[in-house]
Ligand binder design. Structure first.
Ligand SMILES: [Zn+2]
Length: 286
C-alpha cells in the first residue's frame, strides 16, 4: 500500500499520511528523514515512524543496508563540501543507485471563508467567470497554501522524496555540534545546533545546552592554558638555576612532549580539559 509525504514550504512542515496503517503525523520539514539518518545501529529497534508505514517486515532497512549506507555517505560528502549539494549531483547519485524520484503532485488549499465576488465592483459588466477570477486576483492569499505531495511505496521512496524536496528548497542538512545527529537548519542556515533535547542535559535543547557548554569549555581551556604557562616557567627556571642537573632538564623536555600530546588528545576528544588540568597540577609537584 502506498502512503504520502506532503511538504508545506510556507509553514516549513511535513505530513506523513497513511490511512491504511493509521499514520497521520505532522512535523517540521525534513525531521523524519534526519532522525532516520541519525539512528544508525538503533534502526534495529524499529521505533521510527517509517517502520509503521510498511507491511512487509522483510523489507526493513538496517544500518548496513546498501541504500542506508549510501544515502548517508552522499549526505556526509555534501556536508563536507556544500558545493556538491546540487540537484544535478543528487540525480546522478539516484542514477548510480538505480532509484528515481517518487510521483508527486501539487495541492492548492484555498481559504474556505474567502468571498471573492465582493472584491470586484458590482457595476462592472463582466461574466461570472471573469468576476470570480478578478475577485480571486484581488483577494488576500495569505491563508491559501500550496503543498507538494509525494506518493511513496517504500522507505527508499520517502527518503529520496525528502532529500529531493530539501535540495529543491536549497535547504541543507547539517550535523549538530552538540549531539552529533543530522538536522535541517530551517530558519537559520548558519545554525550549528539542533532543537532536540540535549543528551547532556534533559532540561535543555542542544541549542541552549551546546552554546553554554562551548562557553564553559573555553573558560576551562583558558584556565588550563594559564596553568600550563606558569608550570612551564617554573620548570624552565629550575633548569636554568641548575645547569648541571640532567634530571631536571630531561623532565622538562619530557613534560613539553607530554603537553603536546595532551593537546592533541583533547582536540580529538580522547581526553577532557578537566583531566588535562588534573595532570598539569600533578606534573608541577614532581
Ligand atoms: Zn543536537
Amino acid at each position: 500500500m502506498s502512503f504520502t509525504i506532503e511538504f508545506n514550504d510556507d509553514k516549513l512542515t511535513e505530513r506523513i499520511y497513511d490511512p491504511y496503517n493509521g499514520v497521520d503525523k505532522t512535523d517540521s520539514l525534513g525531521m523524519s528523514f534526519v532522525d532516520f539518518l541519525s539512528l544508525g545501529k538503533d534502526l534495529s529497534k524499529k521505533h521510527h515512524i517509517y517502520f509503521q508505514l510498511l507491511e512487509n517486515h522483510d523489507m526493513y532497512i538496517t544500518d548496513s543496508s546498501f541504500f542506508y549506507v549510501n544515502i548517508k555517505e552522499f549526505i556526509d560528502i555534501c556536508i563536507k563540501d556544500t558545493s556538491l549539494y546540487t540537484l544535478d549531483n543528487f540525480l546522478f547519485f539516484l542514477h548510480l543507485q538505480g532509484l528515481s524520484i517518487p510521483q508527486h503532485n501539487l495541492k492548492y488549499y484555498f481559504d474556505q471563508d474567502m468571498i471573492i465576488e465582493d472584491l470586484v465592483t458590482p457595476y462592472m459588466k463582466i461574466s461570472t467567470m471573469e468576476r470570480a477570477i478578478r475577485g480571486f486576483a484581488n483577494s488576500n492569499k495569505s491563508k491559501n497554501t500550496i503543498t507538494y505531495v509525494y506518493t511513496c511505496d517504500s522507505i527508499e521512496d520517502i527518503c529520496v522524496a525528502t532529500l529531493y524536496h530539501l535540495i529543491r528548497l536549497k535547504t541543507i542538512i547539517k550535523k549538530c555540534a552538540n549531539c552529533g545527529k543530522y538536522f535541517v537548519p530551517l530558519l537559520r542556515s548558519d545554525a550549528i545546533y539542533c532543537n532536540r533535547t540535549s543528551p547532556f542535559n534533559p532540561t535543555k535543547t542542544c541549542k541552549e545546552d551546546g552554546s553554554q557548554r562551548t562557553f564553559e569549555e573555553k573558560l576551562k581551556m583558558n584556565d588550563a592554558e594559564k596553568l600550563r604557562r606558569s608550570i612551564y616557567q617554573t620548570l624552565q627556571m629550575r633548569v636554568r638555576r641548575n645547569p648541571t642537573d640532567e634530571a631536571h632538564k630531561n623532565y622538562f623536555e619530557k613534560w613539553k612532549k607530554d603537553v603536546a600530546r595532551w593537546k592533541k588528545d583533547i582536540k580529538k576528544g580522547k581526553k577532557t580539559t578537566e583531566e588535562f588540568i588534573q595532570w598539569l597540577l600533578e606534573s608541577k609537584k614532581k
